[in-house]
Ligand binder design. Structure first.
Ligand code: NAD
Length: 251
């Protein structure tokens, strides 16, 4: 069997209704997995699942409500079977000068981008651990590789995501569960459009330090996600893989 195949696997992809999450779901289905996409907006998820076709289902869930996540995982396993792969892709951004960021705003970004990632991973791994196998993928950002102005809360959360990738990898890899992280560069999605399209100076800076000289496509992250979650990466755990056209090492 092809080492890059995900045949026979069930994957849960958060934020799978749009952007990078949708592309990850598409790449997973192409690799043979069944996928449950999760997010807050039912109409968006329904349309995305229909577009993904056979093998795709959706569940509505607001990940910021941490107390609901154990039941959410339980319901998915009841309905679709054991979760083999969890992709913690959902995230929100806040672009604002640090001096204007309130405590409530900071907390909200941490809640969705970091706390929910840990809580959902914990609930999924509670199920995976007795089965002795599973793969967890986290999504960080260039904001954890170098300083970017006006995204202080997002940077704190994404730096935390890279930190817990290592902490969870040392605890959970002995249980047969691999934990890895992708650090996307600047990828064409709604989120990056909001941050870059009305800020040409920022967009020019991004392109100037990206050796490949263009933004990435969501499928670039999707293909890397297939690799990290497949048997082709069976000896890889605790890594942060930039998918960034060289942005993180750009001059
Ligand atoms: P996006 O806005 O298209 O996708 C984010 C998804 O997360 C949406 O589907 C949204 O509904 C979902 N989501 C947000 N809050 C949620 C909540 N409380 N509960 C459930 N779902 C929720 O943006 P994207 O660019 O596709 O981002 C996907 C991930 O990639 C995010 O973690 C983002 O931080 C990260 N990322 C994106 C870029 C980029 O350039 N686009 C770069 C680095 C990292």
């Amino acid at each position: 069997m092809n080492a890059f195949s995900l045949k026979g696997n069930l994957a849960l992809v958060t934020g799978g209704g749009s952007g990078i999450g949708l592309a990850i779901a598409r790449s997973f289905i192409e690799a043979g997995a069944r996928v449950v996409i999760a997010g807050r907006r039912e109409a968006v998820l329904q349309a995305a699942a229909a577009e993904l076709g056979n093998g795709a289902s959706y569940k509505v869930c607001d990940l910021s409500v941490l107390s609901g996540l154990a039941a959410f995982v339980e319901n998915i396993e009841q309905e679709f079977g054991p979760i083999d792969i969890l992709v913690n892709n959902a995230g929100i951004n806040l672009k604002k000068p640090a001096l204007e960021v309130s405590d409530a705003e900071f907390e909200n970004i941490l809640q969705v981008n970091l706390q929910a990632v840990f809580a959902l991973s914990r609930e999924a791994v509670a199920k995976m651990a007795p089965r002795g196998k599973g793969s967890i993928l986290l999504i960080s950002s260039m904001a954890s590789q170098y300083g970017i102005p006006k995204v202080v809360a997002y940077t704190a959360a994404k730096s935390g995501v890279e930190g817990i990738t290592k902490a969870l990898a040392v605890e959970w890899s002995p249980l047969g569960i691999r934990i890895n992280c992708i650090a996307p560069g600047f990828i064409e999605t709604d989120m990056s459009a909001k941050a870059l399209n009305n800020d040409p100076e920022r967009k020019n800076r991004v392109l100037a330090r990206t050796p490949m000289q263009h933004l990435g496509k969501p499928e670039d992250v999707g293909q890397a996600a297939v690799f990290l979650c497949s048997q082709a990466a069976k000896y890889i755990t605790g890594v942060v893989l930039p998918v960034d056209g060289g942005n993180a090492i750009g001059f």
